[in-house]
Design a protein. Structure first.
Length: 401
């Protein structure tokens, strides 16, 4: 029999997602419409989510996702099937909903291993209009979303944990052992937002990250701001920014494996010159890495992030980016995403800012956004507009005061 966490834990989990994470930490409102995207193996959490939505007086649309059907599609699909895009259906969906909750749960973390990477990228590119519609509605302030994880035996095995140990990481990192986890999240976000405000008060021109295997410089300017504590991911303790992709230089290695597109990529190494990836390698899964980078905008930085270990109780590798990019442990973590930038990492109103300005400011645009994670000890130094240099992060903690 498959393991499932206690009912009271599932109910607390659902409450955090419905009554806290959505609406940017404010929870859903009566009569709002929420899309629940939940895999078959996470059905116990789906039921808890439906109950929470109904108690809040809102409405849900359920997308119940069958387990392990992707490989069959990629093995059999012809090109015209790979690029098929159900635009009318998806356009109507995004117009109808105000929020979405997506649960990550996989019964096979390597389901697409061996599938031609070009097929996967072709399918991903076909769905770019849906990604654009969601971003447009979000930038208008009419849509919020949250990602969360449901532990499975397959994920636990990849992380070298028992399923009970795996769920303990979820429970403690999402504050589900607290009597009132929603209030615990509000308190944590208040502290994280205080650090964010201090970072945004600095007139930063560039940041330099140095660690074993990392010597990287990223350009920051007045058209950017640090973002975090928005409720978009649960858990989420990171503070992140979308740099000017054109000002990226140096090299970076990532010590954490990446599970992406039904594959595993290990030992990723990247080199940048004048903003572009000039060299990319991986000890395993290099073909999928290079196909991703070959997509338009896939060879440019879209995000840089830091997690403060004082907030995150995640201290085990989880074989899932949502958790690994929020790793606390001894040194916190840094992650860098290749691909699309976040327009909310700008002080300008995305609703009224023309596309030409985002290009002028160096905000990258791409169908992909792939996070790569390092947990090694690192120092992050900020160079201010006046030439002063200050250390903003060391030993897993922000130092700004």
């Amino acid at each position: 029999m498959s393991y499932h966490p206690p009912q009271n834990i599932l109910e607390k989990y659902a409450s955090v997602l419905v009554n806290f994470a959505l609406n940017s930490g404010q929870g859903i409102k009566r009569n709002e419409v929420i899309l629940l995207q939940v895999p078959e193996c996470a059905k116990p959490l789906l039921i808890a989510l439906q109950k929470a939505v109904l108690k809040a007086g809102a409405h849900y649309i359920t997308q119940f996702l069958p387990d392990e059907t992707s490989r069959l599609f990629y093995e059999m699909a012809e090109e015209h099937q790979l690029v098929f895009f159900p635009g009318k259906l998806l356009k109507g969906r995004i117009e109808q909903i105000g929020h979405s909750i997506t649960i990550i749960a996989e019964t096979n973390k390597k389901e697409l291993q061996g599938i031609d990477a070009k097929k996967i990228m072709l399918r991903d590119s076909a769905y770019k209009p849906y990604k654009d519609w969601k971003e447009e509605k979000e930038n208008q302030g009419n849509y919020t979303w949250v990602l969360a994880l449901y532990g499975t035996e397959a994920a636990a095995k990849e992380a070298n944990l028992s399923i009970e140990e795996y769920w303990q990481q979820i429970i403690k990192s999402c504050y589900l052992n607290d009597i009132d986890p929603v209030e615990k999240w509000k308190s944590a976000y208040e502290k994280i937002n205080s650090i964010k405000d201090k970072l945004n008060s600095l007139d930063i021109e560039k940041i330099s990250i140095k660690a074993q295997g990392i010597d990287l410089t990223l350009g920051i300017d007045k058209n950017r701001k640090w973002v975090g504590a928005t409720g978009r991911n649960i858990p989420s303790f990171e503070l992140f920014i979308s740099p000017d992709w054109r000002k990226t230089s140096g090299f970076v290695e990532f010590d954490q494996p990446l599970y992406h597109y039904g594959n595993i990529i290990k030992g990723i190494k990247l080199e940048f010159k004048e903003g572009l990836v000039t060299k990319a390698s991986a000890a395993e899964g290099e073909d999928i890495l290079k196909e991703m980078i070959a997509l338009e905008g896939g060879n440019k930085v879209g995000e840089f992030s830091l997690t403060d270990k004082r907030f995150s109780f995640i201290d085990k590798f989880m074989a899932e980016t949502l958790f690994d990019e929020n790793f606390g442990g001894q040194y916190g973590n840094t992650h860098i995403a290749l691909g699309s930038a976040y327009k909310d990492c700008s002080p300008h109103d995305a609703r009224t800012t023309p596309k030409e300005k985002w290009i002028e400011w160096g905000f990258n645009e791409s169908v992909v956004h792939t996070d790569m994670i390092s947990t090694t000890p690192r120092e992050v130094e900020a160079t201010l507009k006046n030439g002063a240099k200050i250390l903003i992060y060391k030993d897993g903690e922000f130092l700004v005061k």
